[in-house]
Design a protein around this ligand. Structure first.
Ligand SMILES: Cc1cc2nc3c(=O)[nH]c(=O)nc-3n(C[C@H](O)[C@H](O)[C@H](O)COP(=O)(O)OP(=O)(O)OC[C@H]3O[C@@H](n4cnc5c(N)ncnc54)[C@H](O)[C@@H]3O)c2cc1C
Length: 383
């Protein structure tokens, strides 16, 4: 299998690297401390395909394949994992709206998302619902020309900032008796409460708890068919897992490069620390993990592009390995840097925190392990 980028991909990657280095990297530390996100960057990132680039040109995208998209995710993760996360939280709904939205929904929600004039969240998780998404308790009751939403959502990325979101709720109507549906919920039209939830990881992603207390959502804001949400959510998960894996590869590569530079220039006992065998072992272990993680994630992306029957397993293997490996690499990078690694004036501690944020969302490490086990053995350990 050949994952060497072609001339067009190399050109795209080089221009992204230039942009990230000059326009994004200088902003990261400040936003991480202030827990804010530079939304104005999204319009500029669109030129590289970062906003809806996977859609066809007719739909307003660039027709990028999953392999090219994986490369974009690596570069975003290399620069800032909060940025990669916010791109993910934008592009998921873009695809959902493009495939399931009505003409009116595309006009009202998809168009402004593609233009980066609006920003969005996806709310599935709840205080009592995590890995088992089928357990969602938030409910939507159809009453005349609107649904009434009641429930709470937790850990919602961009929930503190976005002006609308996709909310999954158990639905009750003459045609639907408790199956899950998705709703487009606008803060202005259907006011709901949001409370910022501070976390150790990905501090610029506006994580929030949302409360819906008799919130009226117009009937026309049902996205897709009533009762179809669970099936549709599972469809998008494989690609999301490759994306988070490639973001982790990028962050790990960044930690590795900083460590190589530091090992070459920091001297102790009259020599560069990189000349000590034990420091070389750390650098080699980091390199092996970065290379292995990238190979697994690119293999998964190419399996998705080719619609291969083992694509699901490849995506779960990539997510499982790359997110765990990235945090191990960040930890080793911290060790190479000695006391400097802990300093909040230096990027390693942020990368260390942020890489810890990959092993839980989009299916935890344990859930990925059970998916891979099921694919290998044909027996499910998940109820
Ligand atoms: C940074 C971040 C961003 C997020 N963004 C969003 C978002 O935008 N929208 C959204 O809806 N949600 C979001 N989430 C929530 C995320 O999807 C959940 O945290 C995740 O699904 C795990 O659920 P949980 O935290 O409730 O853990 P639980 O499911 O309660 O799991 C707790 C522990 O039990 C283990 N476990 C659970 N089931 C099994 C099993 N069958 N076998 C073995 N072990 C098991 C888990 O692996 C884990 O170690 C985000 C989470 C984080 C950390």
């Amino acid at each position: 299998m050949n994952f060497t980028p072609d001339a067009d991909q190399e050109l795209l990657r080089d221009s992204i690297r230039r942009f990230m280095k000059t326009e994004v990297a200088p902003l990261v530390a400040k936003h991480d401390v202030e827990k804010t996100f530079p939304f104005e960057l999204m319009k500029e990132l669109a030129q590289f395909g970062y906003i809806g680039g996977r859609l066809s040109e007719a739909e307003g995208g660039m027709g990028l394949d999953q392999l090219t998209w994986a490369m974009l995710m690596e570069e975003a993760g290399y620069t800032w994992l909060s940025l990669r996360t916010m791109l993910n939280i934008t592009n998921g709904p873009i695809h959902k709206l493009a495939t399931e939205g009505t003409a009116a929904q595309k006009e009202r929600f998809l168009k402004p998302l593609l233009a980066s004039d609006r920003s969005v969240f996806t709310a599935i998780s709840e205080p009592g619902t995590g890995s088992n998404i089928a357990q969602v308790q938030t409910r939507a009751d159809l009453q005349g020309d609107h649904y009434v939403l009641n429930g709470r959502k937790l850990w919602i990325t961009n929930g503190a900032f976005a002006d609308f979101g996709i909310v999954v709720a158990r639905t009750f109507s003459p045609d639907c008796q408790g199956q899950l549906s998705t709703f487009l919920v606008e803060r202005e039209v259907s006011p709901f409460e949001s409370r910022r939830v501070d976390t150790m990881v990905l501090r610029s992603t506006g994580t929030a708890e949302l409360s819906f207390d008799n919130v009226k959502v117009p009937r026309e804001n049902l996205l897709g068919e009533e009762g179809s949400a669970l099936k549709r959510m599972l469809v998008g998960l494989d690609a999301a897992r490759v994306n988070i894996a490639m973001g982790a590869v990028g962050a790990a590569r960044s930690a590795l490069e900083l460590s190589i530079d530091y090992a070459r220039t920091r001297t102790q006992f009259g020599k560069p620390i990189g000349s000590f065998q034990l420091v070389q072992k750390l650098i080699v272990d980091m390199t092996v993990r970065v290379e292995a993680a990238r190979a697994l994630a690119l293999r998964a992306a190419s399996a998705l592009d080719a619609n291969q029957s083992d694509a699901r397993m490849a995506c779960s293997i990539a997510k499982l390995y790359a997110t765990e490996a990235a945090h191990e690499v960040a930890s080793m990078a911290l060790q190479v840097h000695g006391g400097l690694g802990y300093s909040t004036d230096y990027p390693i501690e942020r990368i260390f925190r942020d890489t810890r944020g990959g092993t839980i969302p989009e299916g935890t490490t344990e859930v990925q392990t059970l998916i891979v086990g099921r694919e290998i053995l044909g027996m499910s350990a998940i109820a």
